[in-house]
Structure formats: C-alpha cells, structure tokens
Design a protein. Structure first.
Length: 241
C-alpha cells in the first residue's frame, strides 16, 4: 500500500501536536478542515496526567466519525517518549507536589523548554514525513503565563526550525488570540454538537489526571486547567441561550 506521505503535496499536509486535551483536539478539527492529510503526534514526558495519552486514540476515532472527509484525511499517529524531560523537570506536572507560584513569577506547573522540545521533535517528524505545516494549541489569551506559549516564541521557533533543518515549516496557532469560551465556540463551528460532545466526554485537560464528571468534561475541578475549561464552557453555554 502506498504511503500517503509519498502522494500528498507537502503544502497540503499537517502535523498536529495532539495531547488528548481540549485545545489540541480543537486544533485537530481545525486542521482536518483545511489540509488533505493530517497526522498527529503525542509526547510522553512523565506527566502526572498520563490519562491524556490514554484517551488520544479514542478521541481520534470519535473525531474521524464526525465527518467522512475528516476520516479520509486523518493519517498516522506518532507517540514520542520524552521521559528525559520529566526526569530533569522539578515541576508540579512531573512530580507529586502541590501547585503554587514559583519565585520567578511563574507557576510551578511550568515545564521549562517543553513546547520548544515538542516543536523540535514534531518538526523532525514532519521533515521525514514530507509535512510543511505544524499545528499547536498554545495561546496567550487565557493560559498560565508559560513563556513558551507566547506568539513571539512560536514565531522565533518557526525561524529557527526552518534555518536548522533547511526546510520551510509553517507553525499554526489557531487558539493564540482567543479565550476558552471562544475555543468552545470554534469547536461548535467546526464540528457542531457532535464534536462538542466528543471533546467534553473524552478529552482530558486536568493537570492532576482526575476523571470526575462535570458539565464541561472530566477533571478535578480546581486545578488551573480545570478552572479555565469550566469557566470557558459556562460562558460559552450562557451565550448560546
């Protein structure tokens, strides 16, 4: 069987950094609407919320059923072991420690270099697979203050990756300037109630890895990720009434 990577034009292919959370799931739907072939990549870096990796396959399958075109375009999934990142990261995402603000003014959930490393590995896969477009769910609007989520960081990475690999990559950040309520709205625009339901019922964004059931999805309900997701869902739902 012919590998789609050999037949799809480079400019019509995308690789989505897909964690299994709300934001990356919305980005996957965004990419499936725009590119002829869409592959995904996930990273196991020793995160406490490893459940996000468990739900990835189920979520990909559910999203493929939403539209025939999405099923046709959804390509290979890649899983990368980055355990070394977890080993060198003394953070509340990789250690059993209480979430708090650090001395530098950043939350201790910040994993230094995480998104930079993710994008570098993603670009290496894209290079091998003949993919030009990389899609990531980082944003500046409602986030935890992580410097590697900033627009300037992503623009700098696009330049660095292109120079370092002698290949033109385009980094897309569909959520960069929207908040969580607007993210839910984008989800609705892309896939309607079926996609809303899939992301709410399957995806995982809770930093603690808990799967308690809420109107907005699964999570502990009190970590920063849960609070952002819950607030955004309630504001989006109230706007629909």
């Amino acid at each position: 069987m012919t590998d789609p990577a050999q037949t799809t034009p480079e400019n019509q292919s995308a690789l989505v950094l897909f964690s299994g959370g709300q934001d990356s799931s919305t980005c996957l739907a965004w990419a499936l609407e725009r590119f002829e072939r869409v592959e995904t990549v996930g990273f196991d870096y020793g995160q406490r919320h490893t459940i996000e990796l468990t739900v990835r396959a189920q979520l990909r399958e559910a999203m493929g059923r939403i539209k025939p075109l999405w099923q046709q375009r959804l390509g290979q999934d890649h899983m990368i072991n980055l355990s070394a990142l977890g080993e060198i990261s003394q953070t509340s995402l990789t250690r059993d420690m209480e979430m708090a603000m650090g001395s530098e003014g950043l939350p201790n959930s910040f994993v230094p270099g995480r998104n930079l490393i993710f994008l570098t590995f993603a670009a290496a896969i894209a290079y091998r697979r003949g993919i030009r477009h990389l899609v990531t769910g980082v944003c500046e609007t409602d986030y935890s203050g992580y410097p590697d989520c900033r627009d300037d960081t992503i623009k700098a990475m696009q330049v660095a990756l292109g120079l370092g690999m002698e290949r033109r990559f385009v980094l897309h950040t569909p959520l960069m300037w929207i908040d969580k309520a607007q993210t839910w709205n984008l989800t609705d625009e892309l896939g309607g109630p079926t996609l809303i339901e899939a992301i709410r019922d399957i995806s995982h964004s809770c930093y603690l890895g808990e799967r308690k059931v809420h109107d907005w999805g699964h999570g502990c309900g009190h970590c920063p990720a849960c609070e952002l997701r819950a607030d955004g869902f309630m504001r989006w739902r109230n706007h629909q009434k």
